[in-house]
Design a protein around this ligand. Sequence first.
Ligand code: PMP
Length: 464
Amino acid sequence: MTTITNNNVIGAWDAEHALPFEVPTLEAVGLPAGGLPSGGLPSAPTDAAGGLPSAPTGAAGGWPLSQLRAEFPILSERVEGGKPLVWLDNAATTQKPRAVIERLQEYYEHENSNVHRGAHTLAARATDAYEEARGKVAAFIGAPSADNIVFVRGTTEGINLVAQSFVKPLLSPGDEIVLTILEHHANIVPWQVLTQETGAVLRVAPVDDTGQILVDEYRRLFSPRTKFASFTQVSNALGTVVPVEELIAIAHAFGVPTLVDGAQSIPHTPVNVTALDADFFVFSGHKLYAPTGIGAVYGKREHLEAAVPYQTGGNMIKDVTFERTVYQDPPQKFEAGTGNIADAVGLGAAIDFLEQIGIAHIAAWEQELLRYGTAELTKVPGLHLVGTAHHKASVLSFVLDGHSVEEIGQALSREGIAVRAGHHCAQPILRRFGLEGTVRPSLAFYNTPEEIEQLAQVLHRLAG
Ligand code: PMP
């Protein structure tokens, strides 16, 4: 076992659990010493995955990683005078597989039309493709029906929609909304705006020194004035996996509906909104290997019916006179104007692609990479990890003694390694650890152990 000490962290390691306090050797997790295999993802823990058209399964039933990477043309890009691109900025956005790129091309070459209107062949094709994508999103997150899915621009627009359409009408002065300190600004500012508009107030759940929510403190925030609770499932700044099922159950015990920000969870872990009993779940397509400008809000039927659209106009109506308007039923009620049809279709293609690999394979491989990355980074003298919860996904946030985070980001960029350096749109949680910024490598399933080694090498050089 590699034992990591508190010298390597800001805050503290999780004292209760073995991981990541003690990072097991690679042999202990069934992998060859000296590095993870770049030959393939580990075999599926649960499901029997189908096959990508051009990627036969590996000997162990896993996917050959090199073939998976070949599905992402941009991963062969060279930058900085010919260096291979190392994309470790997946929490900001993910790269797109050929299946998505080609689906967009096919849509524009053979199907492009506005939807829900116009009785002609292409309108029918575009409408079918758009509604099929809605069905794929619903199935992917375990929603009971496609009617529970509203297409939006992304997580930010989704949270604004829920805040303005569902929560605002519930609020009176002095009412309370519960958030956590882990939230991205997208899950803070829309609620702050609501407090200014209604006289409601925010209550914020704290974290422990590992970056995990203090659930008892969260529970204590609820009162008869609490009207809504909104929290992330995975922190984009620290990588903490939040026990959202428990947070939802606590809120429900007080009769309070909830929103789960799934921007950082949906690429890394299977999600089932029905099993979670989430009232709302929002995510962005671009963090799920799909195009930018498309995302989804899942809402329980009764909530979508009760909510009042905050954007109005064409597409979302049944009947309009100058005296009154009758809205469509959900989800169309919330989709005013012409939507991002092509990119919704692209999101459907991304989901098909991921389902072929199996999200369980993806989660398992990414956990191995995260474990390996944790072990490698904490060997760098003067490096301090920020965010050391027992349950983490994808993110390795850190600071390095004697170097600004911008300096490190630039030094890595010169080697072709893309990471984020800064506040990650989550200033409250970084300030909780006394920081204004961190360097944040973030992993996706197409990353390799060699890429982690390259990252560590540059950091060793800077530290030395
Ligand atoms: N929430 C979290 C946890 C995020 O990581 C992000 C994106 N960084 C957002 C919300 C906002 O997502 P988008 O910019 O795609 O709307």
